[in-house]
Design a protein around this ligand. Structure first.
Ligand code: URA
Length: 233
């Protein structure tokens, strides 16, 4: 098995992030540092990350957090900012599935199941993510049509989105926007392409999983129905 797949299978992080750990020289195979991504792990091999042995047998956990603003979606932050793991203390080594910006709140999944994290974040699986968005001003019908047809911003193309207008109040318009790509700053860039700013952004659903009544900073394990559902995506 390829080293990144092995590490991801051990619950370290998604396969792509595990490639970086290898490239950064943090992984040893049978005592020797390896940096080649093509390295294979065979039965009986000893794999270490940062000097600690990692193995494929572990319990998988699936957590839903209502991420508040003011924290980053990483396991540790080099600038010392609060991370989402400050809100979820478990003995299992979990990591966030995809990311929400520092100032975005809402539904975030955390797991130690690297395969599942890949499935949910990979664009080819087109898992729907629903955002509640407050936009400055009142987007015109033509602007909404642009979002629904797909926009381009700074040379990046964004696929057509499902956009529902919820209402306008105090010179801000509340929209619900459904996207499937998962590009960086996707919603903010789509709105910026209209020459407008996002005033508030919250993810309220991933596929059929909904945030429901979780308050900011609160988390819970997914129930068995939800776990089966995300595995079937
Ligand atoms: N789109 C954004 O712009 N930011 C997020 O955090 C999520 C989606």
């Amino acid at each position: 098995m390829r080293i990144n797949k092995y590490l991801s299978g051990c619950g370290i992080d998604s396969r792509r992030k595990c490639e970086k750990l290898v490239e950064d020289g943090r992984v040893r195979l049978n005592g020797k540092v390896i940096t080649a991504l093509g390295t294979d792990v065979k039965d009986g091999d000893v794999v270490e990350l940062d000097g600690r042995r990692v193995t494929l047998t572990f319990k998988k956990v699936y957590v839903m957090l209502n991420k508040p603003k003011g924290c980053v979606c990483t396991v540790s932050d080099e600038k010392g900012r609060k991370t989402v793991l400050d809100f979820v203390k478990l003995k299992e080594r979990i990591f966030p599935v995809g990311r929400l910006d520092y100032d975005t709140e809402g539904l975030l999944l955390l797991t130690n199941d690297g395969e599942l994290a890949n499935k949910i974040t990979h664009p080819k699986n087109a898992v729907k993510k629903v955002y509640s968005v407050r936009v400055e001003g009142e987007p015109s019908a033509a602007e909404l049509k642009r979002l629904r047809n797909g926009v381009e911003y700074n040379g990046v193309k964004y696929a057509p989105a499902v956009v529902t207008v919820i209402g306008t109040e105090n010179d801000e318009t509340k929209l619900e926007i459904t996207v499937t790509e998962g590009k960086n700053h996707e919603i903010k860039n789509m709105i910026e392409s209209l020459g407008r700013r996002v005033m508030f952004l919250k993810r309220i659903a991933i596929g059929n999983l909904r945030l429901g009544g979780l308050s900011r900073g609160e988390w819970r394990f997914l129930n068995s129905r939800e776990t089966e559902y995300i595995k079937s995506l």
